[in-house]
Every structure is written in structure tokens, then in C-alpha cells.
Write a protein that binds this ligand. Structure first.
Ligand code: GCW
Length: 646
């Protein structure tokens, strides 16, 4: 019998009625979230009685934390809120499911971030920007009348990993989402998610007052505009009392914003913040801004936002992509982190694999997330990694992290069975950024496939290496953005559109010429290195100390430059591309060897996807090496596979 791929990691087995009658699940409070916790344990918990206890002394600023203890054959979950109890319940079920010991527990958990958030880039017409798992889950044309059962399944999956906030619509936002009829639709989704502790946010279009409200402009300093937003916020809270707030992409890639009226990002954000404040709502203002100009794209967000430090209201958080360009296979961390000590900052990751092979490639993203979170910024004495800065900012009671979702209406939710691991890993790391990529992979494998170590050991290894493999076959040594134009799937380092925006052309990023390759971001080039704090700026600036994984990000390097392993840069590029190909072939062999341990449906699905990935890796290698070879004029080392023109 075929396994149902739609169950994600929630493959608990239901407890038989007879067995269930033998144990009691007791809860000291009744509300929809606590009821969910009780219900989940009723259905799936097998080991004795559980008491869920509201602890009135639990620290107020950490409402989602919990403690689980085994006492005299019974399990007690204490928390300061019903959401804490719910997370405690899911923790218990997870331990049971992955085969851990569950009768001698003493566990205390508090989440790393208050807001653990998914951003959907879902459009109102049902398409999903950069979505590779089919159409949107949200059926706007059926809402509010019809409630798809998937709304609750989605909420449950999120709650089980601690996600507590979702932005429903694309940051390239249609103003229509704020029209009253849409707010009624949003209400149905908010109502479905609430029993799972999830709050709804919306992306807004900054021109909504002019477009929806027929005002002459949307200038944030126009009192009529501020009034319009205030009334809009009041109208939303009337139907969704726990509404989270607005996510805003302004003056970025053609979106409207305060600069259209000569105002700053702070003017725009603060006007919205004032409208939301009476309701305790938040503004998440994106820092992803860049314009076609002589200035290096990687420097622009910093230049625009750093002067605004301290000018944002306290219910505004600046939402910053992990790297300074755009979700590339590898980027150094965004230098904005730590450069605005008086502004709340949060990281935005991309879970959907826009630049990592869509839903065709097996690329486990936890190592990418961790690379940014663990990056040391040196911007203050303590807690100055990106994780530390975003968890303990100027407002320590307000911390957040966002991931652009990879979810659609595909039967398996994410297009690739292993892409589910990226949704899972994002949630688990948002809950506890200290977890290792390895432990999260093992947990996910045990829940999703089987706790059998002969499966977990090889697959977790493969998952852990998969991001490095993708970097190798796509953009090793700090190369970036040599993707095919617009869709961002395959290689196109040669891409050029005469008269097109230079910052959207691959040569802008790789700069290959007869002398060498790479983007000079040192003082002799764009000097983007100067945006990093010492000692990083010096470390990145010197060829000898720049980590080789960022070499071509920061330097234009001669083809014959001698790398740490003694080979030339050119030879190293060749070896890296080949290694990426070899790594994917290795994954194929591992997977084929597990045929009898995985259900036939998922076995075949993944096997087919790996075939595509292996072919794509060869395509990347051949395309990039043959193209760069026209500049390097050097042979591919004879021991390597020789690329072929297609
Ligand atoms: O990664 C780029 C994408 C755009 C996206 C933009 C953004 C939503 O190519 O599709 O638009 O970033 O993050 O705003």
C-alpha cells in the first residue's frame, strides 16, 4: 500500500480506544489552543497519564516556553500559556515518534525567537511567486464560504515545529488584500489557524490609500493617508482581533513606497506603526532595496538604512535577507546585521529554493541557515552573532525570524519530499537556533521515514553535504548570481540583454576576463568590505586571509592564483564543479541502496528527482567551465571528466 506523502513529519499512529481509555489527559485550562493540545495527546500519546498545567509564575516575556517532567509514572507539562502547553504536547509526541525514552523526562524549553514566521509569496490569482509546489494553498475564490481541510493540516504542521505567525500574501502585494471582502476571507484563515497558536499578518501595497481609497496620493506625511491606514487597521482588528501586522516591501524592484514622495523608509514605516500600535500590531519593514546605479548592489541596503538607525518606532522590525544580494547558494552575512544598534532587526531566509534547484534538487538548507545565524559580526561585546543580535536587540521582548515558504497545493506540500525538511528545519531553528543541522536532519528523517539507524545514518550525511554539493556544482568559491535570467534555475553566466539593467546581468557579478574572475569588493573595487566590522573587513579585504568560500565574492582573482591546496584558481574551479557532480551521484547511490527501506511511492519520486539533479549538476559544470574557459584559456585538468558542448 502506498504511503501518503501528504502527512509530512506528522506520522503518529493513533492510539486504539481500548488503550486510550487506560490513561488520562488532564488540562487545567480550557481554550481553543489548550484543547488542541489535549486532543493531540488523546489521539496519539501512549505512555500513561499527562497533566497540562498552567503555571502562573512562568516569565511573562517568554509565553511559549514549557517544562516537561516525569513524576511517578505520570508526565507533567507546565507552561505560562496555552501555546506553551501545545508546544510541550508536540515535544512529547515527537520524542515518542522518533523512539526516544519518554518516562524519565525533565526538559525545559524556551524559544529563541518570539515570532517564528513563514512568509508566503502567494498571489491572489492562486500563483505563487518563486513557488515550486503548485498553486497556492489559499483558495481566495472559494473563501470565505468554503474552508479547505488543508488550512487546518497546514496550521497543525506549523504548530508542531513552533511556527506561530504567517504572512499570507506576496510582498509584491496586491492592494486588493486590504479590501473588506478580502479581509473577510483572511478572517476565515485566521480562525482556522488560531487554535494552533498561529497569528496572521498581511503584506501591504504602499499605494493602497490611492488605489483602494481613492486618495490623491499615498504620501505617508499626508494626514488623510495616515487616517486611511488607521481606519484600515481598525477595520481589520474588528474582525481579526489578534491580527499580527503588516509586512512591507517598499521602493524595491518597482514597488511603491515613501520615497515616491521624497520621504524616508522610516517615515513610511512609522506611519503604519502608528496605525497598528493601539492594537499591538507590528510593522515588518523589508531592507531588500537596490537600484540600478554605479554603486555595488551589495552595498545599497546598508547605505540606505544605516543612517535611519534609531528613527523607527518600537513596533517596527527591519526584515533583512541573510545575505547582501539575494538568497544565493552562498553569501556572506548581510553587513546590516549589527550596524543599526538602535533598531530591531530580523533575518529573512528563503525556504523555497529559488536559487537552489527549485523543487527538483535535494538541498537541505539547515547548514545555510546556521551559517548566517552563527556568523560572528564583531559589532558588540556580547551576543554579536547574527542570531545573538536578532534575539537580543534593543527590544529584547520582541524578536523575530522569517522564512519564505516552499509550500503549495502539491500532494506532498513542497514538490520534493526532501524539501519538507527545509520547512521543518526552519521551524526547529526558529525555535532553537542552537540546534545542530545534523540533529534536526535526524529528527526529521526519523519522523518522516523511519527511526531505523541504517536509514538515518546515510541519509543525514547526504542531507548535511547537499548544500555544499549545490554550491560546488553551481557557484563555488564565492561566485554568485550567474543564473539564467528571471527564472533562476539553470546556468547562464554569459547572459546579456543589450540595454538591460546591468545589476541583473551575470557578468556584473562574475567579471570574468582574460586576467581572472570575481567581484572586487576591496578598496580597489566597490569597497563593500568596509561595511563589515573589524576584524572582518580586514580579513575579507586581504586575499591571503579571505575565506576561500568567499574568495570570488570579494576579489577579482588571477586564473593562475595559487590556492591553499597548491592548485591554481582555475584548476580549483574545475575540481569544485566536478566534486559537485560526484556528490550528487553519490546521493543517487545511497538512495538506490535504501529501496527496501522506503515506501515505493516516495522511493520512486525521490529517485526521479535525483536523476534531474544529477543531469542539472553536469549541465551547470559544463556550461560554467566551458564559458569561463573562453577567458581563462586553460585546459580542464585531464584527470577530470571533460565537459561537452550541448
Ligand atoms: O529573490 C528575489 C525574487 C523576487 C522577489 C524578491 C524579493 C518577491 O527573484 O521574485 O519578489 O527577491 O524578495 O522581494
Amino acid at each position: 500500500q502506498a504511503e501518503d506523502g501528504s502527512r509530512l513529519w506528522l506520522r503518529y499512529t493513533k492510539v486504539a480506544d481500548r488503550e486510550a481509555a487506560l490513561r488520562k489527559i488532564h488540562c487545567s485550562l480550557r481554550d481553543p489552543v489548550a484543547n488542541t493540545a489535549v486532543q493531540e495527546l488523546q489521539h496519539y500519546w501512549r505512555k500513561g497519564d499527562v497533566a497540562l498545567v498552567l503555571d502562573k509564575k512562568w516569565p511573562k516575556y517568554q509565553p511559549d516556553g514549557y517544562r516537561i517532567r516525569s513524576v511517578a509514572g505520570k508526565t507533567i507539562i507546565r507552561a505560562g500559556s496555552s501555546t506553551g502547553l501545545l508546544y510541550g504536547a508536540y515535544h512529547l509526541l515527537r520524542l515518542q515518534q522518533i523512539g526516544n525514552e519518554v518516562t524519565q523526562l525533565d526538559i525545559v524549553e524556551t524559544p529563541s525567537y518570539h515570532l517564528r514566521m513563514l512568509n508566503h509569496w502567494d498571489n491572489l490569482d492562486g500563483t505563487v511567486e518563486r513557488g515550486y509546489a503548485g498553486y497556492s494553498l489559499w483558495k481566495w475564490d472559494e473563501l470565505p464560504a468554503i474552508k479547505s481541510p488543508r488550512y487546518v493540516e497546514y496550521a497543525r504542521a506549523n504548530a508542531s515545529i513552533g511556527i506561530n505567525a504567517v504572512v499570507l500574501n506576496n510582498v509584491n502585494a496586491s492592494p486588493l488584500i486590504l479590501r473588506q471582502d478580502y479581509i473577510e476571507k483572511v478572517k476565515v484563515l485566521a480562525d482556522s489557524f488560531r487554535p494552533y497558536g498561529i497569528r496572521v499578518f498581511l503584506s501591504i501595497n504602499f499605494s493602497a490609500p490611492a488605489i483602494l481609497g481613492n486618495l490623491p496620493d499615498s504620501d505617508p506625511l499626508n494626514p488623510a493617508v495616515a487616517r486611511w491606514w488607521k481606519d484600515k487597521a481598525d477595520a481589520i482588528y474588528k474582525v481579526i482581533p489578534d491580527f499580527g501586522g503588516f509586512l512591507v516591501k517598499a521602493n524595491s524592484e518597482g514597488q511603491p513606497g515613501p520615497q515616491d514622495y521624497g520621504r524616508t523608509h522610516a517615515d513610511g514605516a512609522n506611519m503604519l506603526a502608528a496605525a497598528l500600535k493601539p492594537h499591538k500590531g507590528l510593522v515588518l519593514w523589508r531592507a531588500f532595496v537596490y537600484n540600478p546605479s554605479a554603486e555595488d548592489r551589495a552595498k545599497q541596503a546598508y547605505q540606505e538604512f544605516v543612517p535611519l538607525d534609531g528613527k523607527f518606532e518600537d513596533n517596527v522590525i527591519l526584515q533583512i535577507k541573510n545575505g547582501p544580494i539575494d538568497f544565493q547558494p552562498r553569501e556572506p552575512f548581510n553587513p546590516l546585521f549589527g550596524a543599526m544598534p538602535n533598531t530591531s532587526q530580523m533575518v529573512e531566509f528563503q525556504i523555497t529554493q529559488e536559487y537552489l534547484g527549485f523543487s527538483n534538487h535535494l538541498v537541505y538548507l539547515a547548514p545555510l541557515f546556521k551559517e548566517t545565524l552563527d556568523a560572528e559580526t564583531y559589532t558588540r561585546k556580547e551576543a554579536s552573532t547574527v542570531a545573538g543580535l536578532t534575539q537580543k536587540g534593543p527590544n529584547p521582548r520582541l524578536s523575530a525570524i522569517a522564512g519564505v515558504a516552499n509550500i503549495g497545493e502539491d500532494r506532498n506540500w513542497c514538490g520534493h519530499h526532501f524539501a519538507q525538511a527545509n520547512w521543518y528545519a526552519f521551524g526547529r531553528l526558529a525555535w532553537n537556533s542552537g540546534l545542530s543541522s545534523d540533529s534536526v536532519a535526524r529528527e526529521w528523517l526519523a519522523s518522516t521515514f523511519s527511526p531505523d539507524m541504517t536509514l538515518i545514518a546515510p541519509l543525514s550525511k547526504v542531507m548535511l553535504e547537499s548544500r555544499e554539493a549545490a554550491v560546488n556544482y553551481m557557484m563555488p568559491l564565492g561566485l554568485h548570481h550567474i543564473f539564467a535570467f528571471e527564472h533562476h534555475y539553470g546556468p547562464e553566466p554569459w547572459g546579456d540583454i543589450p540595454g538591460g539593467r546591468p545589476d541583473w546581468m551575470p557578468w556584473y557579478y562574475h567579471n570574468a576576463d582574460s586576467l581572472g574572475i570575481g567581484f572586487d569588493r576591496t578598496a580597489s573595487g566597490s569597497n563593500a568590505v568596509a561595511q563589515y566590522h573589524s576584524p572582518l573587513k580586514e580579513q575579507f579585504a586581504a586575499l591571503s586571509s579571505c575565506p576561500e568560500k568567499y574568495l570570488l565574492w570579494f576579489h577579482h582573482v588571477p586564473w593562475n592564483y595559487s590556492m591553499k591546496n597548491g592548485r591554481s584558481l582555475w584548476d580549483n574551479l574545475c575540481y569544485a564543479y566536478q566534486e559537485g557532480v560526484d556528490q550528487v551521484r553519490y546521493v543517487q547511490r545511497v538512495w538506490d541502496g535504501l529501496e527496501h527501506k522506503v515506501d515505493a511511492e516516495r522511493f520512486k519520486d525521490v529517485q526521479a528527482k535525483l536523476k534531474i539533479q544529477a543531469k542539472d549538476a553536469v549541465w551547470w559544470r559544463d556550461a560554467c567551465l566551458l564559458y569561463f574557459q573562453t577567458y581563462s584559456k586553460r585546459p580542464i585538468p585531464p584527470t577530470l571528466e571533460q565537459p561537452v558542448h550541448r
